[in-house]
Design a protein around this ligand. Structure first.
Ligand SMILES: [Mn+2]
Length: 365
């Protein structure tokens, strides 16, 4: 039996670990410092520019170990930048209710799905209009992560835009902003496979997901949600379930709306088998949209006429239901799952007193 807490073998092991990590860190720092002085690198240092410059300059003699270190450092820096913006965003989101009320000319953006190039262009297009007051608010319908080339860059510029425009930019929850989906969802091109996501504060990210509102009433006449009409028996508590976390009893109500698909044959009762087998994932038709909006109007005295949502890329860049109650938009230009390209990402403009108008982002709106 051991009589002492001190174990010489353990001390040697700890010492070795210290030497190993200490040496690793200083080697990385040295390499980064030399990289900054490199004649091959001009402008912003990014992992991509480093690879490109080194590959063209050195031909076959690429130092793989060096590049791996560099990727690791740059992804740590990216993660730190995301964490800083996210911390500030979560503080604001925590003050917002589950169902927002937004008034004024409002631009609505559909799924982004890691397509940071298009998000950047949309923000560049909207910013001067916001400055001039032509557009009061911007609402994003969720699904920021996964599939596209960089979820890290997407979430970074999105959070920055949100933080820079308090009370004017609003972020709704999508079915990809759910902890279990983030950890165990579909296995292709996932955000958490990106190096930056391996270094972010995951608790903070989960708190970001949980604090996102799940619906918005825009100008008292349009309901904005990610997926759409929830299962019929979820109508009653839809507006009043707060911001339930996954695992809470009311979460299924929110979840049902986040995942719902439009389908002319959907009855908002039977499970939607195209999304797997889950009793809360349903599809809904035009009658269900009318029924849901009428139900909310009766119960809360609202005057909802339209629903705007995203979530279904297979409908194309946009879709308006025959009875003009449902407006479906998609704002990412690509979807790696289907390997298809949507060349016309769509922005909707909602002015008080008129039906939503849909625009390809390149055109004037
Ligand atoms: Mn979705």
């Amino acid at each position: 039996m051991k009589s002492s807490m001190f174990n010489p073998l353990m001390a040697v092991l700890i010492f070795n670990l210290f030497v190993f990590f200490g040496a690793d860190v200083s080697a990385v720092a040295k390499r980064t410092a030399s990289l900054k002085k490199s004649p091959y690198i001009s402008g912003n240092i990014t992992a991509r520019s480093v690879c490109k410059n080194i590959m063209t300059s050195c031909g076959k003699s690429i130092d793989k170990e060096f590049l791996e270190d560099f990727y690791r450092i740059s992804s740590i820096r990216m993660a730190e930048a995301i964490d800083a913006e996210m911390e500030s965003a979560v503080k604001t989101l925590a003050t917002q209710p589950g169902v927002l009320r937004i008034d004024g000319a409002t631009a609505v953006i559909g799924d982004i799905h890691g397509d940071y190039v298009i998000l950047k262009k949309i923000i560049e297009k909207l910013s001067p209009k916001m400055e001039k007051g032509k557009i009061q608010n911007v609402v994003f319908l969720g699904d920021y992560l996964d599939r596209g080339p960089s979820s890290a860059r997407t979430i970074y510029i999105l959070l920055k835009f949100f933080n820079q425009n308090p009370g004017r930019v609003f972020l709704l929850r999508g079915n990809h902003e759910v902890p279990s989906f983030y950890h165990f969802g579909e296995g292709l091109s996932q955000a958490r496979c990106e190096k930056a996501f391996k270094n972010i504060d995951e608790d903070l990210l989960m708190s970001f997901f949980d604090n996102l509102p799940y619906a918005a009433i825009i100008n008292g006449e349009t309901l904005a949600v990610h997926g759409g009409v929830p299962r019929l028996d979820c109508f009653k508590s839809f507006w009043e379930c707060g911001k339930p976390k996954e695992g809470d009893k009311n979460f299924q109500i929110v979840y049902s709306s986040l995942w719902a698909d439009y389908n002319p044959r959907g009855d908002a009762r039977t499970p939607n088998t195209t999304r797997g087998i889950d009793p809360f994932i349903i599809s809904y038709n035009d009658d269900c949209v009318n029924l849901f909006l009428c139900y909310l109007n009766e119960r809360y005295g609202t005057n909802l006429k339209y629903m705007i949502r995203s979530h279904q890329p297979h409908l194309g860049a946009w879709f308006v239901s025959p009875n003009k109650a449902l407006f479906s938009i998609f704002s990412s230009t690509l979807d790696a799952r289907n390997y298809s390209f949507y060349r016309n990402p769509v922005v909707a403009l909602l002015r008080p007193g008129s039906a939503p108008r849909l625009f390809e982002y390149k055109k004037t709106f």
